[in-house]
Ligand binder design. Structure first.
Ligand SMILES: NC(=O)c1ccc[n+]([C@@H]2O[C@H](COP(=O)([O-])OP(=O)(O)OC[C@H]3O[C@@H](n4cnc5c(N)ncnc54)[C@H](O)[C@@H]3O)[C@@H](O)[C@H]2O)c1
Length: 394
């Protein structure tokens, strides 16, 4: 027997629009977004009017208290995931939580700026917060669903099928998310973002790598293969003197106390590795890639530069207002225009999985436990980079 799903959306910004687009594609399921909350009433009302959502709030807790809602969708800044997630769990609502599950945003022990706080303290606090979210969901018998869209991206889903069919061993995963920098002001400060490129960008490839190795263990009928240690480097490459002296800057350069470049090597319990790269200093459009180097095959996923469509324009004006690709800085020359970017990045399949999980009471693919592991890997990586040593994940 399926259960009706009544959604309360918290947040009415960039990712809320993408989730809304996905809900609207679910005409075969009994799902309705009944309320939306934003920090300002005008934004909530504007969003509600655009999508015919009956109720708008500027108080997230009032939305959570609504009796008719059984699923709260958190599309709010990172710092709010944990408090709102805990409130929703304690109110008996299922939760969709955007990435990252939580992080470190400051506290009594924080140094100024927050990004300078010793990373072992950050690790302890962020992991404790993520554990508390997972525990609260279990105790209140609700699902905590971690919105990692890469787990639903068609190339990655297909790669998992091929890897399973091969029966081989995933010896190495190489994956990256890179572009020319975030323009959101909150992304530049640790107190608001909880970290830099590793948290904001690498959280996607890290989660995909953890999921693929987990699945590999299960395909063999055994235990999931888990991450056991990390080694990392991070840096602010926008402070390099010769770059600062250049007249024109094409990459974002006003970072405060967060890194805009990071790389982490993850060691898994079977001795295999993942090498993950995240960068805010790469021109030429977003690069979302994942490569499986296996004992008996190789599989390459490219979620950004689909080779199925290529276009050339002699100048910026030819394609007028047409959208080309996320973060590409010019429409002139050769380009790879995106088509159904949302589908290719997995958002509709992600929201479908979450709604079906609530409706039919089953486990989603992307769980709170996976979100917790991503927090462990990322903050373990921050500690590794600061202390210059390999960090075992406890
Ligand atoms: N999965 C992805 O690919 C992806 C992409 C972008 C963002 N995200 C995640 O989505 C989250 C939101 O990012 P965004 O880009 O949509 O941000 P945004 O700034 O566009 O939107 C944030 C929304 O949260 C609302 N908000 C802020 N404080 C609030 C409060 N106290 N109560 C109620 N609403 C409040 C704002 O009004 C705004 O509508 C972040 O955690 C980010 O990491 C994920």
């Amino acid at each position: 027997m399926s259960k009706p799903v009544r959604v309360g959306m918290i947040g009415a910004g960039f990712i809320a629009e993408i989730h809304m687009d996905a809900y609207l594609r679910l005409s075969d399921l009994d799902v309705e977004v009944v309320a939306v909350a934003a920090s300002r009433m005008e934004s909530a009302q504007r969003f509600a009017a655009r999508y015919q959502i009956p109720h708008a709030y500027d108080d997230a807790y009032a939305l959570i208290a609504r009796e008719d809602i059984n699923l709260v969708d958190l599309c709010v800044p990172n710092v709010l995931h944990e408090p709102l997630g805990l409130a929703a769990a304690r109110a008996g609502k299922h939760i969709i939580c955007e990435k990252p599950l939580t992080g470190y945003f400051g506290g009594e022990e924080a140094t100024k700026p927050v990004g300078k706080t010793p990373k072992r303290l950050m690790y302890a606090r962020a992991v404790a917060g993520a554990r508390e979210m997972v525990r609260a969901a279990k105790e209140n018998d609700v699902k905590l669903m971690y919105a990692e869209n890469w787990l639903y991206s068609p190339p990655i889903v297909r790669a998992a099928e091929l890897a399973k069919a091969s029966g081989g061993t995933i010896l190495e995963i190489r994956a990256q998310e890179c572009h020319n920098g975030s323009h959101a002001s909150y992304a530049k400060s640790w107190a608001l973002a909880g970290g830099g490129a590793l948290l904001r960008l690498a959280s996607h490839p890290i989660c995909a790598a953890l999921w693929l190795k987990r699945e590999e263990g299960r395909w063999r009928g055994g235990e999931p293969i888990e991450p056991v240690a990390v080694m990392a480097e991070v840096g602010d490459l926008s402070k390099v003197p010769s770059f600062l002296a250049e007249e024109e800057h094409f990459i974002v350069d006003d970072w405060q106390d967060v890194e805009n470049w990071g790389s982490v090597i993850i060691t898994f319990s079977d001795g295999t590795r993942a090498v993950i790269l995240a960068s805010d200093i790469v021109l030429g459009g977003i690069e979302d890639e994942l490569h499986l180097i296996m004992s008996n095959c190789r599989i390459d996923c490219d979620m950004s530069h689909s080779g199925m469509l290529r276009a050339f324009a002699p100048n910026e004006r030819v394609f007028a207002e047409e959208y080309i690709m996320e973060k590409v800085s010019t429409k002139a020359g050769w380009s790879y225009p995106s088509f159904d970017e949302k589908y290719l990045l997995g958002y509709p399949a992600e929201i479908r999985d979450f709604v079906e999980s609530v409706s039919f009471d089953r486990e989603p693919r992307s769980t709170g436990e996976l979100g917790l592991q991503v927090v462990q890997v990322i903050y373990g990586a921050y500690q590794s980079a600061e202390e210059g040593r390999r960090i075992a994940l406890r």
